[in-house]
Design a protein around this ligand. Structure first.
Ligand SMILES: O=c1ccn([C@H]2C[C@H](O)[C@@H](COP(=O)(O)O)O2)c(=O)[nH]1
Length: 160
């Protein structure tokens, strides 16, 4: 599957969720906050900032699932504003994870407050660098996205 096709998969999932939950209003800000929270959950699973703990990061699959939760909301926010991205931001840049999480958070906030095409692309670039530093390839991301997308349908069907 091509990266760009994820936008359409997300559009269909969102339509299903809105129908199931009877949503008839603009939920851009709710999805914006959801993305901030997913980023924090991702950081939490990496435990990159927990200098006070000797416990290591969660399993790779757990971290990848958190990563694609963010991808869901990022795609969704783009769809809400008619913004898209042609290809996955493959950026091989070694960064300190804690620094990068803080900077990604800032980029998300900027985008939510002024949803421009440039700021949208920038958030994707931050996620591209996060993926690189977490050792996730585009195939990893697409595979985990498809799996979580299906799980999200199932959760709606079973009354999540
Ligand atoms: O409009 C929505 C609402 C939620 N989700 C998905 C994204 C995440 O994968 C998951 C987050 O749900 P929680 O586990 O945080 O409840 O739901 C969407 O794709 N679209």
């Amino acid at each position: 599957m091509e990266f760009k096709e994820l936008f359409e998969m997300q559009r269909q999932l969102d339509a299903f969720i809105e129908q199931t939950q009877n949503v008839n209003r603009d939920v851009f800000k709710e999805k914006g906050l959801a993305l901030m929270i997913e980023l924090a959950e991702l950081a939490n699973e990496t435990r990159c900032f927990k200098f006070w703990s000797t416990k290591g990061p969660s399993e790779r699959a757990v971290i990848l699932e958190e990563f694609v939760d963010s991808i869901h909301f990022l795609l969704s926010l783009g769809n809400e504003k008619g913004l898209t991205l042609e290809s996955w931001p493959e950026i091989k840049m070694q960064e300190d994870l804690t620094d990068w999480f803080l900077r990604t958070q800032e980029a998300i906030l900027t985008f939510i407050q002024h949803p421009t095409e440039n700021d949208y692309r920038e958030v994707w670039q931050y996620y591209g660098v996060l993926a690189y530093n977490l050792d996730f390839t585009l195939d990893d991301v697409i595979g985990a996205y498809i799996e979580k997308n299906e799980k999200n349908y199932e959760r709606q069907r079973t009354g999540y």
